[in-house]
Design a protein around this ligand. Structure first.
Ligand code: KG4
Ligand code: ZN
Length: 340
């Protein structure tokens, strides 16, 4: 079946097409178009919701037309519509949801409402040319600008939230610390670049909740620690590389330790990463290394980098594995959607 999907939960507008079959373990990507209004927000240090939604109204139909035309597809080829219903910014979600509902109604197609967080997990089911032995139970770590969540997945449709951030998400912490360092929003990828060749943890920032024994996270104190260092040491902002490395290291140490504790506790056979921060090569390498060094019997998966940040392909993938045919009349944006 071919699924057409829409994702508009934050500043991205994305339209994708995937093809899925029950005979295959993964879904195949046909196209994944992403337009972002981030350049309009980069100087303000965060997304301005009204501006994001207004841009999405401009982008969504041209992207839909391009996705179909470039693949010589039309409405007859589409079997279902998938759309992100939440969590996210209400104005932005409404653009995707109302567009998807209208198309489902006019084209008379089934519509599948999708939780954005499930989308980040299901990015791992998109075929990337490498054979994927996805076995359950699995642990999923979602690390994005809005979320840091650990989830136990016993099977499709059997997900249990284990813990998450009590304040800032990992990406949010990177973005806020980036702002302290006069980096443009979003700062995660710039921090990764600046930290790339550093080998030593010079600043040894705190690792919040590292030994709390649960699966919760807290990163707002880290931001305060970086701010204190900048205030105390006027040369600190000139030492960007080391600040970036120590910031990243503090966040990743906590994330990795807790994720592996969850894998051990629940005897996980697979581990998935998802969300924008999972695009970080250092984080990907550290997980691979620690799994290898400790000879852990776990299959480790992380999506192609372009499928870690927000995109509609992951929404199509989540729709395929959690297929339910909702009436367009009952599909509504839900900015506070979460795990049950
Ligand atoms: O998943 P995403 O696109 O949006 C949300 O659902 O939040 O994630 C965006 C977040 C931002 O905080 C951004 O700074 C971070 O992902 N990010 C990165 C990298 N690329 C994006 N963080 C660390 N390293 C990266 N390479
Ligand atoms: Zn996201």
């Amino acid at each position: 079946m071919i699924i057409l999907g829409f994702e508009t939960s934050c500043d991205e507008t994305s339209v994708a097409l995937i093809s899925g079959s029950n005979k295959k373990q993964n879904v195949d990507l046909i196209t994944n178009l992403v337009s972002s209004s981030v350049f309009l927000h980069s100087k303000t240090g965060g997304i301005i919701p009204e501006i994001a939604a207004r841009e999405q109204v401009k982008y969504i139909i041209p992207l839909l037309k391009r996705a179909l035309n470039e693949n010589n597809l039309n409405k007859e080829n589409i079997d279902a519509i998938a759309v992100t219903v939440g969590p996210g910014l209400i104005g932005s979600l409404l653009v995707g949801v109302e567009t998807a509902k209208t198309i489902a109604y006019v084209w008379d197609k089934p519509i599948v409402p999708v939780n954005h967080l499930y989308g980040h997990i299901y990015a791992n089911w998109i075929n990337d040319g490498v054979k994927k032995d996805i076995l359950f139970p699995a642990i999923a770590l979602i690390v994005s600008g809005g979320h840091t969540d650990l989830v136990l997945m016993k099977n499709h449709r059997d997900l249990k939230w284990l813990g998450g951030t009590r304040d800032d998400a990992a990406g949010e912490a990177l973005d806020k610390i980036g702002r302290l360092l006069n980096l443009e929003y979003p700062a995660g990828a710039q921090i990764e670049r600046l930290a790339k060749n550093v080998l030593l943890d010079k600043y040894k920032f705190p690792r919040p909740l590292l030994d709390s024994g649960d699966f919760d996270f807290s990163f707002s104190g880290l931001k305060t620690a970086v701010l204190r260092e900048i205030e105390k040491n006027k040369n600190a902002t000139k030492d960007l590389k080391n600040i970036c490395y120590s910031t990243q290291k503090a966040i990743f140490d906590v994330i990795i330790k807790k994720t592996l504790q969850a894998c051990k506790k629940y005897d996980a056979k697979s581990l998935f990463l998802g969300g924008g921060v999972a695009a970080n090569q250092k984080l990907r390498d550290e997980f691979t290394l620690i799994i290898e060094n400790n000879k852990l019997k776990i299959n480790f998966f992380v999506p192609t980098k372009s499928l870690c940040t927000d995109n509609a392909a992951m929404i199509c993938s989540a729709a395929f594995y959690n297929y339910e045919n909702a009436s367009w009349k009952n599909v509504e944006a839900n900015p506070d959607a979460y795990f049950d």
